[in-house]
Write a protein that binds this ligand. Sequence first.
Ligand code: CUA
Length: 161
Amino acid sequence: MARNGLVYEYMFIAIIVAVLAGFISSLAYYSYALNVNPACEAIKADQQALDDIVRKAQTTPVVEKAEGVYEVYIVGRQFVWIPSNIVLKDPKQVTFYVATTDVIHGFEIAGTNVNFMVIPGYIAKFTWYPPKNAEGEYLILCNEYCGVGHQFMKASLVIER
Ligand code: CUA
């Protein structure tokens, strides 16, 4: 009897190890093979650095550093993204610098792997390599509840090819 019980113990341990290995390898598959990157680089920023992002977002939000290589400056605040409309011509590499002037917002470009939190006191930096078939208008939304107007917080990204 005792020996039988032990067999079941080992069986269940083996099942648990297999399930865990399955979960971990599927996570690894999503993050590496499918290039799904939920996290961004959060750069600690003082008031001057944050003001700089606000100024760029209001004046020159899109900077083309080389052909198809862009830097985009965006500010989130209750309940808008500034700028509200971004147009990129044939982008290959897009680095977003996003800051908030009030509370936490979530920056997401629907239908892409661009999705990260924007935290007060930090500049969220994320480099996106748009797929070749990315074209047309994309919805930028806020996916972190930030107040009564949260659901109105959106902008548009247009990719021209
Ligand atoms: Cu900003 Cu929700």
